[in-house]
Design a protein around this ligand. Sequence first.
Ligand code: NAD
Length: 314
Amino acid sequence: MSGQKIGIVGSGLIGRAWALLFASAGYRVQLYDIVESQVATALDELQQQLQQLEANGTLRGNLSAQTQFELINGCTQLQQLAKDALHIQECVPEQLALKCALYAQLDELLEPQTVVASSTSTFMPSLYSKNLQRRSQMLVAHPLNPPYFIPLVELVPAPWTTDEAVERTRLLMLALGQRPVVLKREIQGFVTNRVQYAILNEVWRLVSDGIISVADADRVLSDGLGMRYALMGSMETAHLNAPGGVRDYFQRFGGEIAAVSATYGPTPNMCDEAATLAEVARQCEQLVPLEALEQRRAERDEFLIRLSALKRQL
Ligand code: NAD
């Protein structure tokens, strides 16, 4: 399928990341943005990023940075973007009204072969596609930031999305070198955020109850559980942690897991818990002052680059 046309709507952080990924696999990419000047800025930045990736030896795919850059073009009209597209990746800001308006426009322009995937982190696809004629060609393909170095993409169908659209998107993601997971039906928060929020809730409660500091709670993940999770998930970890595998694990520890789980408090509402929020913010800002956030983000990205290289070797 390489060589075919991919449309990207929205040329911000995530739209640019998708442009790099599609070009790395040899697709022709057209970038569209409602702010025309944004496309020119995006193209300049993409050229620089590609050169930098090539210089550091972290460029993906077999094509040179220059060839990949030549595969990416801007366009000024949605109609032009939709023409002959194999796939459109929607990357506009996370506002439901904005997405609904855009999808209503796309609905009039889509050709029968085009699948449209939203990068949304929060909106179930039924929320914006319900009343559209082309709704069976629409789903969510949710990446994690930065997608160039984190391979996961969550594919979330609406009840009316065809199996073919899901499977084609799955194969497309694999062709990019991403690692898609497919939800069998839509659910609020998808899976990544449901798991992430379960962790945030419990860490919040433990800090709020004065049981542990923010720094130590975070080290439970970064120096402990996360070390394994970069290689295998929670179920495989359990499977390896008992002589007879996962059945044995849950037979041995299921009672203890249930007993501990019964002691979790109610779901916190972080915006209403001002005292805990102030304490969490105080501790986080001690760890990383606000003026150092950019530098810490750069360290995180550098770490992810090295981790993704390590994972590719395995
Ligand atoms: P962004 O603000 O960086 O970029 C959005 C771009 O869309 C802007 O360039 C804006 O001009 C353009 N835009 C606005 N309305 C438009 C329209 N009607 N048509 C075309 N272009 C339009 O946003 P982002 O961080 O790239 O997020 C995009 C999507 O990706 C969101 O749905 C978000 O939830 C999702 N996402 C973001 C992250 C992240 O970490 N930022 C991670 C995963 C998923």
